[in-house]
Design a protein. Structure first.
Length: 386
């Protein structure tokens, strides 16, 4: 399958979870859409764009179990999360509940929103290792108080690559009448998803990760009860250019002149994985992630953050590094020195991440990866830290 991508053959690329390259067929589809745009911008942007975006949203909706009229295209999950933060009303004394596994940018978004109105961020600490869904749910809701207005959780966590039991969390939240926003950046394609049955209020995700759509593509799902109150962070005309039916989506579909080709190629990314077989993709990448789990937890003599079941991780896994790996006191604005050495000396691209006062390595597995690349990484790490 490696020939389906245009990756540099001199690079071992184990970071699909951060920046997932598109297969050649998706790149070609995007170029063809761009060619149509450049050949007649008026035809494409005025007369065709709205219809084409609606068709893409319909296909994406089928893929994730959502009506198309509950979806808008956004550049990435972070952009979608900002829209939610701009829309959910908070007052002084209200609480927003996150877990200690959330993406740093998401935590910062809600810290900023809370500070602006005098609300409070509460962090629920989840039990390690992940091995019992009910135990995780209880840990989340132990931090719920009468002041809790919103629960923000990851479907698959970024720093620790763990799968949260979002179905049970959403069910419990509905019983307590709590609003739920899910960061699904890493879940799309990696995990089965049906937003109709999940029944959350908001779900934001990036399509340029495991789905392999072009960079700068994602979506935001907004449940019907929130659609009339959703507020854009980029005010423009908010209408239609070619007679599209009035909808809450229009505020987000016409935001000034932009190239929609990357969003239109989401359909081609869906076709690529469906043609390969979604369950086949999930099983093969989980198998490689399991090999990663075994190889590096043994090499580092460290305990992973979950048991080995597919309930808890999918196509990537995070392994704690030995305590001898230095931990920066604060973010330096540069990658960790170990990450730089692996890239520059060994031509291996893999993220070294800080979580819970320790450094970790997060290793992704996609269809272009194989076990020999894990062995190469293992040898490089032995040379650098062991």
């Amino acid at each position: 399958m490696k020939s389906s991508w245009s990756l540099d053959p001199e690079i071992t690329y184990l970071n699909h979870g951060s920046f997932g390259p598109s297969p050649n067929c998706v790149q070609q589809a995007q170029r063809e859409w761009m060619s149509q745009l450049e050949s007649n911008p008026m035809e494409f942007l005025v007369r065709q764009r709205e219809r084409l975006l609606d068709e893409m949203l319909a296909k994406l909706g089928q893929f994730i179990g959502s009506p198309a009229n509950c979806l808008i295209p956004v550049e990435n999950a972070t952009f979608g999360m900002n829209i939610v933060a701009n829309s959910v009303p908070l007052q002084a004394g209200d609480e927003v509940l996150l877990t200690n596994h959330e993406y740093g940018a998401v935590e910062r978004i809600w810290q900023k929103k809370a500070a602006s109105v005098g609300a409070k961020i509460v962090i629920a600490t989840l039990p390690i290792p992940f091995q019992d869904a009910d135990e995780i749910v209880e840990a989340v809701f132990r931090s719920v108080t009468p002041q809790t207005r919103l629960l923000v959780i990851s479907h698959v966590t970024s720093p620790t690559a763990l799968v949260l039991p979002v179905e049970k969390i959403c069910q419990r939240a509905r019983e307590q009448k709590l609003t739920v926003c899910i960061d699904g950046s890493h879940a799309i394609a990696m995990r089965p998803l049906n937003l109709k049955t999940l029944n959350c209020d908001f779900y934001t995700a990036s399509c340029h990760k495991w789905l392999c759509a072009p960079f700068g593509t994602g979506f935001l799902y907004v449940a019907p009860q929130w659609q009339q109150n959703i507020s854009t962070v980029n005010t423009s005309w908010g209408g239609t250019m070619y007679g599209r039916e009035k909808s809450w989506q229009n505020e987000f579909l016409w935001v000034g002149t932009s190239d929609p080709s990357r969003f239109l190629a989401i359909s081609n990314a869906i076709d690529f994985l469906e043609d390969y077989g979604l369950e086949r993709f999930r099983e093969e990448t989980y198998h490689m992630a399991s090999q990663t789990y075994d190889l590096f937890s043994k090499q580092f003599r460290t305990e992973p953050y979950s048991t080995r079941q597919q309930d808890w991780f999918g196509s990537m896994v995070t392994i704690p590094l030995p305590e001898s790996v230095p931990v920066p006191a604060k973010w330096t604005g540069r990658p960790h020195p170990l990450q730089e050495r692996l890239a520059q000396k060994h031509r291996i691209e893999v993220p070294i991440v800080k979580w819970s006062s320790r450094m970790h390595i997060r290793i992704s597995s996609h269809l272009y990866n194989d076990f020999s690349e894990l062995e190469r990484l293992s040898h490089a790490l032995k040379a650098e830290i062991l």
